[in-house]
Design a protein around this ligand. Sequence first.
Ligand SMILES: [Zn+2]
Length: 198
Amino acid sequence: MATQADHERFMRRAIELAYEAMESGKGRPFGAVVVRDNEIVAEGHNEVPHRMDITAHAETVTLGRATQALNSLDLSDCDIYVNGVPCPMCMTAIYWSKIRKLYYACPSADGVAAGFDDSVMYADLAKPLHERELPAEQVTAVLLRRLAGASGRGVEYGSTNRTGQGSRTRPTDDRFQAESESTGEFFRASDNSQKKSV
Ligand SMILES: [Zn+2]
């Protein structure tokens, strides 16, 4: 059971890492620490400019190191300490990792004041997919037709898809038996070797 002194120790380290990111010029001022059984198992800071990688946030960097250090994709016995409330990408990565609890130092408002405003992203993500600022379009039906054509597995069959086109190639392979625009069967068939962690 972590004491207040433990929490402060881990958070202090996350803040130190945020300073390291800035002082080294490698990243923006965010640090993260993953803890298990009151011991730091991984730590890191933002490395976006250093790696020229938009996904190299403190949390994603550190979660990657934690899963590798523990050789497990399940961090449900770990906690994460960060100096700022995570952006939507990192928050989702934390969900994927099954981290037990998130500890943060600065509320979102502080991040906004410092020029790191992800509130627009959070608001957009709260909307249904096709109402968001980011345009999205389903191309799966076209992809499935192309896969079927390329593999020679497909057969023509009469059907009307969402765009009103009359005939399309339907694969005969059992993996592609999903009706309409649903890709559920496709994902289930393609995911046999690697079960999702959530
Ligand atoms: Zn992030």
